[in-house]
Design a protein around this ligand. Structure first.
Ligand code: ATP
Ligand code: MG
Ligand code: MG
Length: 649
């Protein structure tokens, strides 16, 4: 048989390796510890760790913690957990802040090399509408090294307020069109050089971008109060890559225009050879993964989790999270919406406040698409990795929809989890022709196609429960399940049952009990339904609360809702969480919880044990996983996905 195809050595990733086919492949996954990871990050993790692993290399988890204002301990822990959950072991866990001393030294070195003047904040010519207006080098461009050094140290020692000054890199801001205007006399080589210069001079990422800034809140979670200035993404990322000996620095496409700046700085510090990827790290960019129909923006999820008050600056997380964007740095968060938030902040200054309550329970609410939420819902990490790779790793952004993700999860679960019978909304059925102590114990495989995966005991007795959905008070020729006078088959037992009568509760008018007959004499039914049976204590069904999740919003495109005025709240789907408090699941769940002989997911086998790793297919119902709210006294199950698209169950 042909060797299995290694997805990390195909297509775009193959090209990246072929450009730099080194023996020691070193990569890194560099999240900012300023929020929970979302499904898009599963791609970044899979690509970076998977590529290195495929080449026998290593991948670091690097916390890019250069923005003290936004960092919190919980994010560090949650990010580490998610990498492990996805089945990857970082070679090392590093922090950009580990290199603050070194970075500072290199900034001084840059000044010595006359590549960095200090600057009063202005001069990139950014107009109020965000476009780039006329620009020119700042007055400090040609200041002496000594003077620059003195000012930079004054900045370091707290001599300036936040926003007052920045250290800028001396790139191509001052380049004049005359310098790259091609003339007839130019040699072919001179022309090429001028074309290169023109591209650099016209790339905003090369317009003397900031290297160091004074931050508002300068207490850093790891370095405490040691620093008052912090390096920017543009200054930090490439240097940390070089210091960690990263060979292939893989990031998302929005960083492509920043690649010349990445190379420029490393070249200026002799950490890379200009025009060559041989020495130093090589940055290459892959497309982002976007899942439509859901909310991934940190600010918006914060509004859903915490609730919000529109027209109130103090309590509005949308504005509380707004940090004045440093206009001199370019690496802004790709899918965060600074303009919208600014508008929200503006709207917040007028009119009375409107209190909007939380829309979800927490950051790991299974209706969200953060990785903690997907895990809690019971989505297997292997399904996410497969999803990422099936969509493909190329330069193009991978845009997909939640139902496509669901269908991948469904296909993955189909062959990887045990099967049990679960009744969501039970009605009691008494089989009147069976003796009171009737007991059949059937040995049923967890996977009907593979007995090697184990079996469990399914008891069958006089009292069973079926799902309300499987019964109709009035028969109908198109209905093939249980109704008065009608027969239906029962999964896992030999003979059918036929309903002889039923009763209803007086106050609710709901069917509360069915009488039926079971056996050889009962005419066959056209379908088989699932059920659970009351039985001697050790095989009794388990009571459970089942939570079924549906889309959080009625709109298919919740990102286009009115977020700044709180209009999103009016579009919430009232059915996004449907609870079945009295569900019953057969006792085989106990065996599944103890770890029936099913292959474990990689990350889970590495010791990341979470309740959500207990998953099963509820026959004819849906895929389920144990929720973290499960206690010794109460089982709570989450629906991972339905069995078919849009069953509405
Ligand atoms: P967000 O703003 O979406 O929460 P971010 O870009 O601020 O995410 P980082 O912590 O900076 O998140 O991201 C860590 C890595 O994950 C980066 O290399 C980034 O390019 C990558 N990444 C972020 N979002 C996606 C996505 N949607 N698809 C693929 N990779 C992503
Ligand atoms: Mg970011
Ligand atoms: Mg982003």
């Amino acid at each position: 048989p042909a060797a299995p195809v290694d997805p990390f050595r195909q297509g775009w990733l193959k090209g990246v390796y072929d450009e730099k086919p080194v023996k020691e492949v070193h990569t890194r996954f560099p999240p900012e510890p300023n929020g929970y990871l979302h499904i898009g990050h599963a791609k970044a993790i899979t690509v970076n760790f998977g590529f290195a692993k495929s080449h026998g290399g290593i991948c670091n988890l690097r916390f890019d913690d250069t923005n003290p204002t936004k960092e919190e301990e919980v994010y560090f822990t949650a990010i580490k957990d998610m990498v492990q959950w996805l089945g990857f072991e970082p070679h090392k866990i590093t922090h950009s802040s580990d290199e603050f001393d070194k970075l500072y030294e290199l900034a001084e070195e840059l000044i010595k090399r006359e590549k960095a003047p200090d600057e009063v904040k202005k001069g990139r010519g950014k107009l109020a509408n965000g476009e780039h207006g006329p620009r020119s080098a700042c007055a400090h461009w040609s200041r002496s090294v000594d003077e620059n050094m003195e000012l930079f140290r004054k900045m370091r020692d707290g001599g300036y307020k936040p926003g007052e000054v920045v250290l800028r890199m001396k790139q191509y801001l001052a380049t004049k069109p005359e310098e790259y205007e091609v003339s007839e006399e130019d040699s072919a080589e001179a022309k090429r050089e001028k074309e290169k210069l023109k591209a650099l001079a016209n790339n905003p990422a090369m317009w003397d971008v900031a290297a160091y800034r004074v931050t508002k809140n300068n207490h850093h979670h790891r370095t405490g109060d040691k620093w008052r200035i912090y390096p920017t993404y543009e200054f930090t990322h490439c240097i940390c890559d070089a210091l960690e000996d990263i060979s292939h620095s893989l990031c998302t496409v929005e960083f492509e225009t920043l690649r010349p700046a990445y190379n420029w700085l490393l070249d200026a510090l002799d950490m890379k050879t200009e025009g060559s990827d041989e020495k130093g790290p090589m940055q290459r960019e892959y497309g982002r993964l976007n899942v439509e129909g859901t909310i991934l923006s940190k600010r918006r999820i914060a509004m859903l989790v915490e609730g919000t008050t529109v027209n109130d600056t103090v309590n509005n997380p949308a504005s509380a999270l707004t940090d004045e964007l440093d206009e001199l740095t370019l690496a802004e968060d790709g899918d965060e919406e600074p303009e919208t938030t600014t508008e929200a902040a503006k709207a917040a200054t007028s009119g009375p406040g409107r209190n909007i309550p939380p829309a979800v329970m927490s950051w790991d609410d299974p209706r969200l698409f953060t990785l903690v939420a997907l895990r809690r819902r019971g989505v297997p990490p292997g399904a996410l990795k497969k999803f990422v790779l099936d969509l493909g790793v190329t330069k193009a952004n991978a845009n997909t929809a939640t139902h496509t993700l669901d269908s991948h999860i469904r296909t993955y679960l189909e062959r990887t989890v045990p099967r049990l019978m679960l009744v969501l909304d039970p009605i009691k059925v008494t089989l009147t022709n069976l003796p009171d102590d009737y007991l059949e114990e059937r040995e049923v495989p967890f996977d009907p196609k593979d007995k090697a995966k184990g079996t469990h005991i399914v008891p069958f007795t006089k009292t069973i429960f079926i799902d309300r959905d499987d019964f109709r008070e009035e028969d109908d020729p198109d209905f093939f399940r249980l109704a008065p006078g009608k027969s239906v088959g029962l999964m896992n037992v030999e003979f059918p049952v036929r309903c002889t009568s039923f009763t209803k509760t007086l106050d609710t008018g709901k069917v509360d009990a069915i009488l039926a007959e079971y056996g050889k004499e009962v005419p066959a039914g056209k379908a088989r339904i699932h059920w659970v049976a009351l039985s001697p204590a050790h095989h009794s069904p388990i009571n459970a609360e089942v939570r079924v999740f549906n889309p959080l919003f009625k709109s298919q495109t919740p990102n286009s809702l009115d977020w700044k005025n709180g209009g999103y709240y009016d579009d919430l789907n009232p059915e996004s969480l449907v609870t079945y408090p009295n569900a019953m699941v057969e006792c085989g769940l106990e065996e599944v919880r103890r770890g029936a002989p099913w292959p474990k997911e990689e990350g889970e086998a590495m010791g990341v044990v979470d309740k959500s790793s207990v998953r099963f297919q509820g026959l004819r119902t849906a895929f389920f996983a144990l929720d973290k709210d499960t206690t010794d006294d109460k089982v709570v199950l989450n629906r991972i996905v339905s069995l078919k698209e849009d069953t509405g169950k």
